[in-house]
Design a protein around this ligand. Structure first.
Ligand code: HEM
Length: 525
Protein backbone atom coordinates (compact mmCIF):
# COMPACT_ATOMS: atom_id res chain seq x y z
CA UNK A 1 0.00 0.00 0.00
CA UNK A 2 2.72 2.35 1.01
CA UNK A 3 4.61 1.69 -2.23
CA UNK A 4 1.45 2.50 -4.28
CA UNK A 5 0.94 5.73 -2.35
CA UNK A 6 4.58 6.70 -3.01
CA UNK A 7 4.15 5.99 -6.70
CA UNK A 8 0.93 8.04 -6.83
CA UNK A 9 2.79 11.00 -5.42
CA UNK A 10 4.88 11.10 -8.61
CA UNK A 11 1.84 10.99 -10.96
CA UNK A 12 0.71 14.36 -12.33
CA UNK A 13 -2.39 15.76 -10.71
CA UNK A 14 -5.64 15.84 -12.73
CA UNK A 15 -5.31 19.55 -13.38
CA UNK A 16 -1.78 19.13 -14.75
CA UNK A 17 -3.02 16.33 -16.98
CA UNK A 18 -5.92 18.44 -18.28
CA UNK A 19 -3.59 21.37 -18.90
CA UNK A 20 -1.18 19.11 -20.75
CA UNK A 21 -3.98 17.70 -22.92
CA UNK A 22 -5.29 21.20 -23.64
CA UNK A 23 -1.86 22.36 -24.77
CA UNK A 24 -1.43 19.23 -26.90
CA UNK A 25 -4.87 19.78 -28.45
CA UNK A 26 -4.05 23.42 -29.17
CA UNK A 27 -0.81 22.26 -30.77
CA UNK A 28 -2.74 19.79 -32.97
CA UNK A 29 -5.28 22.47 -33.95
CA UNK A 30 -2.45 24.84 -34.85
CA UNK A 31 -0.49 22.29 -36.89
CA UNK A 32 -3.67 20.94 -38.53
CA UNK A 33 -5.57 24.17 -39.04
CA UNK A 34 -5.68 23.64 -42.83
CA UNK A 35 -5.74 19.88 -43.01
CA UNK A 36 -7.09 16.83 -41.24
CA UNK A 37 -5.27 14.87 -38.57
CA UNK A 38 -2.97 12.28 -40.13
CA UNK A 39 -2.20 14.56 -43.09
CA UNK A 40 0.33 17.34 -43.48
CA UNK A 41 0.31 20.92 -44.71
CA UNK A 42 0.86 21.09 -48.48
CA UNK A 43 1.42 24.69 -49.62
CA UNK A 44 1.91 23.44 -53.20
CA UNK A 45 -1.77 22.37 -53.33
CA UNK A 46 -5.00 24.31 -52.98
CA UNK A 47 -6.55 22.43 -50.12
CA UNK A 48 -10.23 23.20 -49.59
CA UNK A 49 -10.61 25.08 -46.33
CA UNK A 50 -12.33 22.78 -43.89
CA UNK A 51 -12.07 22.56 -40.10
CA UNK A 52 -8.92 22.02 -38.05
CA UNK A 53 -8.29 18.34 -37.22
CA UNK A 54 -11.20 16.94 -39.28
CA UNK A 55 -10.42 18.75 -42.53
CA UNK A 56 -13.23 18.33 -45.07
CA UNK A 57 -14.90 15.41 -43.30
CA UNK A 58 -18.20 17.27 -42.84
CA UNK A 59 -18.30 18.28 -46.52
CA UNK A 60 -17.59 14.70 -47.53
CA UNK A 61 -20.39 13.46 -45.30
CA UNK A 62 -22.77 16.14 -46.55
CA UNK A 63 -22.09 15.23 -50.19
CA UNK A 64 -21.74 11.56 -49.34
CA UNK A 65 -23.96 10.40 -52.13
CA UNK A 66 -22.79 12.84 -54.80
CA UNK A 67 -19.14 13.38 -54.10
CA UNK A 68 -18.39 14.45 -57.69
CA UNK A 69 -20.52 17.56 -57.15
CA UNK A 70 -18.28 18.48 -54.23
CA UNK A 71 -15.21 18.23 -56.48
CA UNK A 72 -16.80 20.26 -59.26
CA UNK A 73 -17.84 22.89 -56.75
CA UNK A 74 -14.33 22.75 -55.22
CA UNK A 75 -12.80 23.47 -58.64
CA UNK A 76 -15.14 26.38 -59.21
CA UNK A 77 -14.19 27.91 -55.85
CA UNK A 78 -10.45 27.71 -56.49
CA UNK A 79 -8.51 30.94 -56.19
CA UNK A 80 -5.11 29.71 -57.46
CA UNK A 81 -3.73 27.51 -60.25
CA UNK A 82 -2.59 24.90 -57.78
CA UNK A 83 -4.11 21.41 -57.95
CA UNK A 84 -7.22 20.91 -55.83
CA UNK A 85 -7.01 18.81 -52.71
CA UNK A 86 -9.29 17.68 -49.88
CA UNK A 87 -8.38 16.06 -46.59
CA UNK A 88 -10.24 13.86 -44.14
CA UNK A 89 -8.60 12.29 -41.06
CA UNK A 90 -5.77 10.08 -42.26
CA UNK A 91 -6.27 10.78 -45.96
CA UNK A 92 -5.41 13.39 -48.53
CA UNK A 93 -7.16 13.37 -51.90
CA UNK A 94 -5.63 15.15 -54.89
CA UNK A 95 -7.55 15.96 -58.08
CA UNK A 96 -5.81 14.43 -61.10
CA UNK A 97 -8.67 14.75 -63.62
CA UNK A 98 -6.44 15.65 -66.57
CA UNK A 99 -5.41 13.24 -69.36
CA UNK A 100 -1.64 13.63 -68.86
CA UNK A 101 -1.89 12.98 -65.11
CA UNK A 102 -4.11 9.93 -65.63
CA UNK A 103 -1.66 8.56 -68.21
CA UNK A 104 1.18 8.83 -65.71
CA UNK A 105 -0.84 7.06 -63.02
CA UNK A 106 -2.50 4.33 -65.07
CA UNK A 107 0.38 3.62 -67.46
CA UNK A 108 3.79 5.20 -66.92
CA UNK A 109 3.99 4.87 -63.12
CA UNK A 110 1.31 2.17 -62.78
CA UNK A 111 3.30 0.08 -60.29
CA UNK A 112 3.17 2.97 -57.79
CA UNK A 113 -0.63 3.04 -57.49
CA UNK A 114 -3.23 0.66 -56.11
CA UNK A 115 -6.93 0.69 -55.41
CA UNK A 116 -5.70 -0.23 -51.95
CA UNK A 117 -6.84 -2.09 -48.84
CA UNK A 118 -9.52 0.50 -47.94
CA UNK A 119 -11.22 -0.07 -51.30
CA UNK A 120 -10.93 -3.84 -50.96
CA UNK A 121 -12.42 -3.74 -47.44
CA UNK A 122 -15.46 -1.83 -48.71
CA UNK A 123 -16.06 -3.94 -51.81
CA UNK A 124 -15.13 -7.40 -50.58
CA UNK A 125 -18.54 -8.36 -49.20
CA UNK A 126 -20.05 -8.28 -52.71
CA UNK A 127 -17.13 -8.35 -55.16
CA UNK A 128 -14.99 -10.77 -53.13
CA UNK A 129 -11.52 -11.06 -54.59
CA UNK A 130 -12.81 -10.35 -58.09
CA UNK A 131 -10.87 -8.30 -60.65
CA UNK A 132 -12.47 -4.99 -59.58
CA UNK A 133 -11.59 -5.23 -55.92
CA UNK A 134 -7.96 -6.38 -55.92
CA UNK A 135 -4.47 -5.21 -56.83
CA UNK A 136 -1.03 -6.68 -57.41
CA UNK A 137 -0.60 -10.40 -58.07
CA UNK A 138 -4.25 -11.23 -57.44
CA UNK A 139 -5.35 -8.63 -59.98
CA UNK A 140 -2.70 -9.69 -62.47
CA UNK A 141 -3.74 -13.34 -62.50
CA UNK A 142 -7.42 -12.40 -62.90
CA UNK A 143 -6.64 -9.95 -65.65
CA UNK A 144 -4.77 -12.72 -67.49
CA UNK A 145 -7.61 -15.19 -67.04
CA UNK A 146 -10.33 -12.71 -68.02
CA UNK A 147 -8.39 -11.52 -71.07
CA UNK A 148 -8.05 -15.15 -72.21
CA UNK A 149 -11.79 -15.56 -72.02
CA UNK A 150 -12.52 -12.32 -73.86
CA UNK A 151 -10.11 -13.29 -76.62
CA UNK A 152 -11.52 -16.80 -77.11
CA UNK A 153 -13.28 -17.31 -80.43
CA UNK A 154 -16.23 -18.85 -78.65
CA UNK A 155 -16.76 -15.63 -76.69
CA UNK A 156 -18.10 -13.76 -79.73
CA UNK A 157 -20.57 -16.52 -80.41
CA UNK A 158 -21.82 -16.56 -76.82
CA UNK A 159 -22.32 -12.81 -76.92
CA UNK A 160 -24.32 -12.86 -80.12
CA UNK A 161 -26.49 -15.70 -78.81
CA UNK A 162 -27.35 -13.97 -75.55
CA UNK A 163 -27.80 -10.57 -77.19
CA UNK A 164 -30.14 -11.78 -79.93
CA UNK A 165 -32.36 -13.71 -77.55
CA UNK A 166 -32.68 -10.87 -75.06
CA UNK A 167 -33.05 -8.10 -77.60
CA UNK A 168 -36.14 -9.81 -78.94
CA UNK A 169 -37.58 -9.85 -75.38
CA UNK A 170 -36.76 -6.17 -74.91
CA UNK A 171 -38.56 -5.25 -78.13
CA UNK A 172 -41.57 -7.38 -77.12
CA UNK A 173 -41.91 -5.36 -73.91
CA UNK A 174 -41.70 -2.02 -75.74
CA UNK A 175 -44.28 -3.28 -78.27
CA UNK A 176 -46.63 -4.06 -75.40
CA UNK A 177 -46.26 -0.53 -74.00
CA UNK A 178 -46.65 0.98 -77.48
CA UNK A 179 -49.82 -1.05 -78.14
CA UNK A 180 -51.35 0.24 -74.92
CA UNK A 181 -50.08 3.79 -75.52
CA UNK A 182 -48.74 3.84 -71.95
CA UNK A 183 -45.59 5.50 -70.64
CA UNK A 184 -42.83 3.33 -69.15
CA UNK A 185 -39.39 3.70 -67.52
CA UNK A 186 -36.79 3.17 -70.19
CA UNK A 187 -33.86 3.17 -67.75
CA UNK A 188 -35.45 0.40 -65.68
CA UNK A 189 -36.08 -1.58 -68.85
CA UNK A 190 -32.43 -1.21 -69.89
CA UNK A 191 -31.36 -2.47 -66.46
CA UNK A 192 -33.63 -5.48 -66.88
CA UNK A 193 -32.29 -6.07 -70.37
CA UNK A 194 -28.59 -5.90 -69.47
CA UNK A 195 -29.12 -8.01 -66.35
CA UNK A 196 -30.87 -10.69 -68.34
CA UNK A 197 -28.38 -10.68 -71.16
CA UNK A 198 -25.27 -10.55 -68.92
CA UNK A 199 -26.62 -13.23 -66.57
CA UNK A 200 -27.36 -15.31 -69.67
CA UNK A 201 -23.87 -14.62 -71.00
CA UNK A 202 -22.27 -15.40 -67.63
CA UNK A 203 -24.32 -18.31 -66.31
CA UNK A 204 -26.35 -19.48 -69.30
CA UNK A 205 -29.64 -18.90 -67.44
CA UNK A 206 -32.67 -16.70 -67.92
CA UNK A 207 -33.05 -14.87 -64.60
CA UNK A 208 -36.51 -13.69 -65.60
CA UNK A 209 -35.72 -9.97 -65.56
CA UNK A 210 -37.38 -9.53 -68.95
CA UNK A 211 -40.55 -11.38 -68.11
CA UNK A 212 -43.42 -9.94 -70.11
CA UNK A 213 -45.88 -10.68 -67.31
CA UNK A 214 -44.50 -8.35 -64.67
CA UNK A 215 -42.35 -5.24 -64.36
CA UNK A 216 -41.40 -6.10 -60.75
CA UNK A 217 -37.62 -6.50 -60.16
CA UNK A 218 -36.47 -10.10 -59.68
CA UNK A 219 -34.79 -10.84 -56.29
CA UNK A 220 -31.31 -11.07 -57.83
CA UNK A 221 -31.68 -7.60 -59.39
CA UNK A 222 -33.16 -6.06 -56.23
CA UNK A 223 -30.33 -7.48 -54.08
CA UNK A 224 -27.77 -6.35 -56.60
CA UNK A 225 -29.08 -2.77 -56.77
CA UNK A 226 -29.33 -2.41 -53.02
CA UNK A 227 -25.81 -3.76 -52.47
CA UNK A 228 -24.36 -1.36 -55.07
CA UNK A 229 -25.92 1.71 -53.46
CA UNK A 230 -24.56 0.76 -50.03
CA UNK A 231 -21.07 0.03 -51.40
CA UNK A 232 -20.99 3.52 -52.90
CA UNK A 233 -21.89 5.17 -49.59
CA UNK A 234 -19.08 3.33 -47.80
CA UNK A 235 -16.53 5.36 -49.76
CA UNK A 236 -17.44 8.62 -48.06
CA UNK A 237 -18.00 7.22 -44.60
CA UNK A 238 -14.91 6.26 -42.61
CA UNK A 239 -17.19 4.82 -39.91
CA UNK A 240 -19.28 2.71 -42.29
CA UNK A 241 -18.83 -0.50 -40.31
CA UNK A 242 -20.31 1.11 -37.20
CA UNK A 243 -23.05 3.17 -38.87
CA UNK A 244 -24.23 0.21 -40.97
CA UNK A 245 -24.54 -1.90 -37.84
CA UNK A 246 -26.66 0.70 -36.03
CA UNK A 247 -28.79 1.68 -39.03
CA UNK A 248 -29.73 -1.91 -39.82
CA UNK A 249 -27.97 -1.70 -43.20
CA UNK A 250 -25.41 -4.30 -42.14
CA UNK A 251 -28.16 -6.90 -41.79
CA UNK A 252 -29.79 -5.88 -45.06
CA UNK A 253 -26.39 -6.12 -46.78
CA UNK A 254 -25.84 -9.61 -45.37
CA UNK A 255 -29.20 -10.63 -46.78
CA UNK A 256 -28.47 -9.08 -50.19
CA UNK A 257 -25.06 -10.73 -50.27
CA UNK A 258 -26.68 -14.08 -49.45
CA UNK A 259 -29.14 -13.72 -52.34
CA UNK A 260 -26.23 -13.14 -54.73
CA UNK A 261 -24.14 -15.97 -53.25
CA UNK A 262 -27.01 -18.46 -53.30
CA UNK A 263 -27.76 -17.57 -56.91
CA UNK A 264 -24.16 -18.00 -58.06
CA UNK A 265 -23.27 -21.04 -55.96
CA UNK A 266 -26.42 -22.92 -56.98
CA UNK A 267 -25.46 -22.67 -60.65
CA UNK A 268 -21.78 -23.41 -60.04
CA UNK A 269 -22.57 -26.46 -57.90
CA UNK A 270 -24.99 -27.84 -60.47
CA UNK A 271 -22.39 -27.42 -63.19
CA UNK A 272 -19.74 -29.18 -61.13
CA UNK A 273 -22.18 -32.02 -60.35
CA UNK A 274 -22.95 -32.44 -64.03
CA UNK A 275 -19.21 -32.42 -64.78
CA UNK A 276 -19.75 -29.60 -67.25
CA UNK A 277 -16.71 -27.66 -66.11
CA UNK A 278 -14.46 -29.98 -68.02
CA UNK A 279 -14.74 -28.63 -71.55
CA UNK A 280 -12.06 -29.86 -73.87
CA UNK A 281 -10.00 -27.52 -76.01
CA UNK A 282 -11.70 -28.50 -79.24
CA UNK A 283 -15.14 -27.91 -77.68
CA UNK A 284 -14.23 -24.35 -76.78
CA UNK A 285 -14.77 -23.23 -80.34
CA UNK A 286 -18.29 -24.61 -80.37
CA UNK A 287 -20.61 -22.07 -78.88
CA UNK A 288 -23.78 -23.99 -78.13
CA UNK A 289 -24.19 -24.55 -74.40
CA UNK A 290 -21.18 -22.44 -73.43
CA UNK A 291 -21.16 -19.38 -71.19
CA UNK A 292 -18.60 -17.35 -69.25
CA UNK A 293 -18.84 -19.71 -66.30
CA UNK A 294 -17.95 -22.72 -68.43
CA UNK A 295 -15.01 -20.81 -69.92
CA UNK A 296 -13.84 -19.87 -66.39
CA UNK A 297 -14.23 -23.48 -65.23
CA UNK A 298 -12.04 -24.64 -68.09
CA UNK A 299 -9.18 -22.31 -67.11
CA UNK A 300 -6.10 -23.73 -65.37
CA UNK A 301 -3.46 -21.73 -63.53
CA UNK A 302 0.29 -22.23 -63.99
CA UNK A 303 0.13 -25.23 -61.63
CA UNK A 304 -2.65 -26.81 -63.65
CA UNK A 305 -5.25 -26.03 -60.97
CA UNK A 306 -8.84 -24.98 -61.79
CA UNK A 307 -10.51 -21.96 -60.12
CA UNK A 308 -12.06 -22.62 -56.70
CA UNK A 309 -15.82 -22.41 -56.14
CA UNK A 310 -15.37 -19.01 -54.47
CA UNK A 311 -13.08 -17.71 -57.23
CA UNK A 312 -15.63 -18.75 -59.86
CA UNK A 313 -18.36 -16.90 -57.96
CA UNK A 314 -16.19 -13.79 -57.71
CA UNK A 315 -15.07 -13.89 -61.35
CA UNK A 316 -18.53 -14.29 -62.81
CA UNK A 317 -20.30 -11.85 -60.45
CA UNK A 318 -17.61 -9.25 -61.15
CA UNK A 319 -18.25 -9.60 -64.87
CA UNK A 320 -22.00 -9.17 -64.44
CA UNK A 321 -21.37 -6.14 -62.25
CA UNK A 322 -18.87 -4.81 -64.81
CA UNK A 323 -21.20 -5.16 -67.72
CA UNK A 324 -24.70 -4.78 -66.47
CA UNK A 325 -25.00 -1.39 -64.81
CA UNK A 326 -22.41 0.38 -66.90
CA UNK A 327 -24.01 -0.57 -70.21
CA UNK A 328 -27.59 0.03 -69.05
CA UNK A 329 -26.76 3.47 -67.67
CA UNK A 330 -24.80 4.49 -70.74
CA UNK A 331 -27.80 3.50 -72.89
CA UNK A 332 -30.21 5.45 -70.69
CA UNK A 333 -28.16 8.66 -70.71
CA UNK A 334 -27.56 8.34 -74.44
CA UNK A 335 -31.31 8.00 -74.99
CA UNK A 336 -31.93 11.02 -72.78
CA UNK A 337 -29.54 13.11 -74.90
CA UNK A 338 -30.99 11.72 -78.13
CA UNK A 339 -34.57 12.55 -77.16
CA UNK A 340 -33.43 16.04 -76.22
CA UNK A 341 -31.67 16.40 -79.59
CA UNK A 342 -33.82 14.23 -81.95
CA UNK A 343 -32.02 15.55 -85.03
CA UNK A 344 -29.36 12.87 -84.34
CA UNK A 345 -31.86 10.00 -84.65
CA UNK A 346 -32.41 9.88 -88.42
CA UNK A 347 -28.69 9.55 -89.29
CA UNK A 348 -28.63 6.49 -87.02
CA UNK A 349 -31.67 4.99 -88.75
CA UNK A 350 -30.18 5.61 -92.19
CA UNK A 351 -26.87 3.89 -91.48
CA UNK A 352 -28.61 1.00 -89.70
CA UNK A 353 -30.83 0.40 -92.77
CA UNK A 354 -27.76 0.53 -95.01
CA UNK A 355 -25.72 -1.88 -92.92
CA UNK A 356 -28.25 -4.67 -92.55
CA UNK A 357 -26.94 -7.32 -90.14
CA UNK A 358 -25.25 -5.97 -87.03
CA UNK A 359 -22.72 -8.31 -85.44
CA UNK A 360 -19.66 -8.15 -83.20
CA UNK A 361 -17.54 -6.89 -86.13
CA UNK A 362 -19.93 -4.95 -88.35
CA UNK A 363 -21.25 -2.69 -85.58
CA UNK A 364 -18.01 -0.70 -85.92
CA UNK A 365 -19.31 0.55 -89.29
CA UNK A 366 -22.19 2.32 -87.54
CA UNK A 367 -20.25 5.57 -87.19
CA UNK A 368 -23.18 7.84 -86.26
CA UNK A 369 -24.50 5.33 -83.73
CA UNK A 370 -21.11 4.86 -82.10
CA UNK A 371 -20.48 8.61 -82.10
CA UNK A 372 -23.79 9.24 -80.35
CA UNK A 373 -23.07 6.52 -77.79
CA UNK A 374 -19.55 7.81 -77.08
CA UNK A 375 -20.92 11.33 -76.67
CA UNK A 376 -23.59 10.16 -74.22
CA UNK A 377 -20.90 8.32 -72.29
CA UNK A 378 -18.54 11.31 -72.35
CA UNK A 379 -21.12 13.56 -70.71
CA UNK A 380 -22.49 10.84 -68.44
CA UNK A 381 -19.70 8.31 -67.88
CA UNK A 382 -20.99 5.14 -66.23
CA UNK A 383 -18.07 5.21 -63.76
CA UNK A 384 -18.05 8.90 -62.79
CA UNK A 385 -15.15 8.84 -60.31
CA UNK A 386 -12.34 6.72 -58.91
CA UNK A 387 -9.44 7.04 -56.48
CA UNK A 388 -6.17 5.14 -56.30
CA UNK A 389 -3.60 5.27 -53.51
CA UNK A 390 0.12 5.98 -53.97
CA UNK A 391 2.48 3.31 -52.63
CA UNK A 392 5.40 5.72 -52.71
CA UNK A 393 6.32 9.32 -53.50
CA UNK A 394 5.94 10.36 -57.13
CA UNK A 395 6.08 13.46 -59.30
CA UNK A 396 3.42 13.74 -62.01
CA UNK A 397 3.68 15.80 -65.21
CA UNK A 398 3.73 19.52 -64.47
CA UNK A 399 5.52 18.81 -61.18
CA UNK A 400 2.50 17.70 -59.14
CA UNK A 401 3.99 16.00 -56.08
CA UNK A 402 2.28 12.90 -54.76
CA UNK A 403 3.33 11.60 -51.37
CA UNK A 404 3.22 8.01 -50.22
CA UNK A 405 -0.31 7.23 -48.98
CA UNK A 406 -2.00 10.10 -50.92
CA UNK A 407 -5.13 9.27 -52.85
CA UNK A 408 -5.25 10.49 -56.43
CA UNK A 409 -8.84 11.11 -57.45
CA UNK A 410 -10.18 11.59 -60.95
CA UNK A 411 -13.65 12.13 -62.21
CA UNK A 412 -14.58 11.34 -65.79
CA UNK A 413 -17.77 13.30 -65.22
CA UNK A 414 -15.67 16.36 -64.46
CA UNK A 415 -13.25 15.68 -67.30
CA UNK A 416 -16.10 15.34 -69.81
CA UNK A 417 -17.18 18.88 -68.94
CA UNK A 418 -13.67 20.31 -68.82
CA UNK A 419 -13.12 22.95 -71.51
CA UNK A 420 -9.34 22.54 -71.27
CA UNK A 421 -9.81 18.90 -72.28
CA UNK A 422 -12.72 18.99 -74.76
CA UNK A 423 -12.80 22.59 -75.92
CA UNK A 424 -15.25 25.43 -75.38
CA UNK A 425 -18.22 23.28 -76.37
CA UNK A 426 -17.31 20.61 -73.78
CA UNK A 427 -20.73 20.74 -72.10
CA UNK A 428 -22.62 20.39 -75.37
CA UNK A 429 -23.95 17.06 -76.70
CA UNK A 430 -22.10 17.01 -79.99
CA UNK A 431 -21.63 13.56 -81.57
CA UNK A 432 -19.69 15.08 -84.51
CA UNK A 433 -16.64 15.47 -82.27
CA UNK A 434 -16.19 11.67 -82.59
CA UNK A 435 -16.18 11.65 -86.40
CA UNK A 436 -13.23 12.79 -88.52
CA UNK A 437 -13.16 14.63 -91.86
CA UNK A 438 -13.49 11.32 -93.76
CA UNK A 439 -16.59 10.37 -91.82
CA UNK A 440 -14.63 7.69 -89.92
CA UNK A 441 -14.73 7.32 -86.15
CA UNK A 442 -12.05 9.49 -84.60
CA UNK A 443 -9.48 7.59 -82.52
CA UNK A 444 -9.28 9.56 -79.28
CA UNK A 445 -6.58 8.90 -76.73
CA UNK A 446 -7.83 6.54 -74.00
CA UNK A 447 -6.50 8.97 -71.39
CA UNK A 448 -8.68 11.78 -72.72
CA UNK A 449 -11.72 9.70 -73.69
CA UNK A 450 -11.32 7.95 -70.38
CA UNK A 451 -14.81 6.50 -69.94
CA UNK A 452 -13.49 2.94 -70.23
CA UNK A 453 -10.55 3.58 -67.92
CA UNK A 454 -7.05 3.37 -69.38
CA UNK A 455 -3.58 1.88 -69.26
CA UNK A 456 -3.09 -1.47 -67.58
CA UNK A 457 -6.62 -1.52 -66.18
CA UNK A 458 -8.40 -0.55 -69.37
CA UNK A 459 -11.92 -1.99 -69.45
CA UNK A 460 -11.90 -5.49 -70.91
CA UNK A 461 -15.50 -5.27 -72.04
CA UNK A 462 -15.27 -2.10 -74.12
CA UNK A 463 -16.03 -3.76 -77.46
CA UNK A 464 -18.75 -5.88 -75.95
CA UNK A 465 -20.41 -2.80 -74.42
CA UNK A 466 -20.24 -0.83 -77.68
CA UNK A 467 -21.60 -3.75 -79.69
CA UNK A 468 -24.43 -4.31 -77.22
CA UNK A 469 -25.28 -0.60 -77.13
CA UNK A 470 -25.18 -0.21 -80.94
CA UNK A 471 -27.43 -3.23 -81.37
CA UNK A 472 -29.94 -1.91 -78.83
CA UNK A 473 -30.01 1.64 -80.20
CA UNK A 474 -30.36 0.31 -83.74
CA UNK A 475 -33.16 -2.14 -82.91
CA UNK A 476 -35.19 0.26 -80.77
CA UNK A 477 -34.89 3.28 -83.06
CA UNK A 478 -35.61 1.18 -86.16
CA UNK A 479 -38.95 0.07 -84.76
CA UNK A 480 -40.17 2.90 -82.53
CA UNK A 481 -40.53 6.65 -82.26
CA UNK A 482 -39.70 7.51 -78.67
CA UNK A 483 -40.51 10.71 -76.83
CA UNK A 484 -40.41 11.88 -73.21
CA UNK A 485 -43.59 11.31 -71.19
CA UNK A 486 -45.66 14.57 -71.23
CA UNK A 487 -44.55 15.99 -67.86
CA UNK A 488 -41.11 14.34 -67.69
CA UNK A 489 -38.96 17.35 -68.52
CA UNK A 490 -40.91 19.65 -66.18
CA UNK A 491 -40.80 17.33 -63.18
CA UNK A 492 -37.51 15.45 -63.35
CA UNK A 493 -35.11 16.45 -60.53
CA UNK A 494 -32.15 18.30 -62.03
CA UNK A 495 -28.48 18.15 -61.19
CA UNK A 496 -26.97 21.36 -59.86
CA UNK A 497 -23.94 20.98 -62.15
CA UNK A 498 -25.59 21.34 -65.53
CA UNK A 499 -29.34 20.92 -65.24
CA UNK A 500 -29.42 17.41 -66.72
CA UNK A 501 -31.44 14.87 -64.73
CA UNK A 502 -30.05 14.15 -61.26
CA UNK A 503 -28.09 10.94 -60.77
CA UNK A 504 -28.60 8.56 -57.88
CA UNK A 505 -25.99 7.63 -55.27
CA UNK A 506 -23.98 4.68 -56.53
CA UNK A 507 -20.51 3.59 -57.59
CA UNK A 508 -21.83 4.07 -61.11
CA UNK A 509 -24.20 6.67 -62.57
CA UNK A 510 -27.85 5.61 -62.43
CA UNK A 511 -30.58 8.20 -63.01
CA UNK A 512 -32.30 9.31 -59.82
CA UNK A 513 -35.79 9.54 -61.33
CA UNK A 514 -37.14 7.12 -63.93
CA UNK A 515 -36.58 8.07 -67.58
CA UNK A 516 -40.29 8.07 -68.46
CA UNK A 517 -40.96 7.74 -72.17
CA UNK A 518 -43.72 6.94 -74.64
CA UNK A 519 -43.08 4.60 -77.59
CA UNK A 520 -45.05 4.66 -80.82
CA UNK A 521 -44.81 2.06 -83.57
CA UNK A 522 -42.90 3.66 -86.33
CA UNK A 523 -44.50 4.31 -89.67
CA UNK A 524 -41.62 4.39 -92.11
CA UNK A 525 -41.51 7.38 -94.44
C1 HEM B 1 -20.59 1.29 -71.22
C2 HEM B 1 -20.14 0.23 -70.60
C3 HEM B 1 -18.89 0.17 -69.79
C4 HEM B 1 -18.14 1.17 -69.25
C5 HEM B 1 -18.39 2.67 -69.32
C6 HEM B 1 -17.04 0.56 -68.55
C7 HEM B 1 -16.07 1.25 -67.87
C8 HEM B 1 -15.10 0.65 -67.10
C9 HEM B 1 -14.25 1.36 -66.18
C10 HEM B 1 -14.25 2.86 -65.93
C11 HEM B 1 -13.45 0.44 -65.60
C12 HEM B 1 -12.44 0.69 -64.47
C13 HEM B 1 -13.20 0.51 -63.18
C14 HEM B 1 -12.36 0.49 -61.96
O1 HEM B 1 -11.29 -0.10 -61.97
O2 HEM B 1 -12.80 1.04 -60.95
C15 HEM B 1 -13.77 -0.83 -66.16
C16 HEM B 1 -13.12 -1.99 -65.84
C17 HEM B 1 -13.52 -3.22 -66.31
N1 HEM B 1 -14.56 -3.49 -67.16
FE1 HEM B 1 -15.77 -2.15 -68.03
N2 HEM B 1 -17.13 -0.79 -68.69
C18 HEM B 1 -18.24 -1.08 -69.43
C19 HEM B 1 -18.71 -2.33 -69.78
C20 HEM B 1 -18.08 -3.50 -69.50
C21 HEM B 1 -18.54 -4.79 -69.91
C22 HEM B 1 -19.76 -5.06 -70.76
C23 HEM B 1 -17.66 -5.70 -69.41
C24 HEM B 1 -17.67 -7.19 -69.52
C25 HEM B 1 -18.65 -7.96 -69.18
C26 HEM B 1 -16.63 -4.97 -68.70
C27 HEM B 1 -15.55 -5.54 -68.08
C28 HEM B 1 -14.62 -4.85 -67.34
C29 HEM B 1 -13.58 -5.49 -66.57
C30 HEM B 1 -13.30 -6.97 -66.48
C31 HEM B 1 -12.87 -4.47 -65.93
C32 HEM B 1 -11.70 -4.60 -64.97
C33 HEM B 1 -10.40 -4.28 -65.63
C34 HEM B 1 -9.24 -4.35 -64.64
O3 HEM B 1 -9.37 -3.88 -63.51
O4 HEM B 1 -8.21 -4.85 -65.06
N3 HEM B 1 -16.92 -3.64 -68.77
N4 HEM B 1 -14.78 -0.68 -67.07
Amino acid sequence: METLANAAAFLPSTSVLVAFLAVYFAYLVFTHRNCALGTNERPDLETRPGYPIIGNLLEFRAHGDRIVNLWIWGREQKTTNKPLSFTVPGKRFIDVSKPELIEAIQKTNFSNYVKGPATHARLEQILGDGIFAVDGKKWHSQRKATSKIFNANSFRGIITQSLDANLEKLLAIIRRHADKGEEFSLDALFFRFTLNSFADLAFGVDVGALSTESDEPVPFAAAFDFAQSILALRFTNPFWKITERFSGQAKAMEEASKVLDDFAFKIIDERVKQGKGDIKKEQKDEVAGLDLLSLCMALRDENGQPMSRRALRDAVLNLIIAGRDTTAQALSWTMFHLLTRPEFIDPIRTEVEELGVIDYDSYKNLHQTNAVFSEGLRLHPSVPKAAWQALGDDVLPGGLRIEKGDFVLWSDLMMGRDEEVWGEDAKEFKPSRWVDEKGELRKESQFKAHMFNSGYRLCLGQDLAKYEASAVLAAVLREFDLSFAPDYLETVPRNAIDGTPEYAPSLTLPMLAPLRVIAKHRTKA
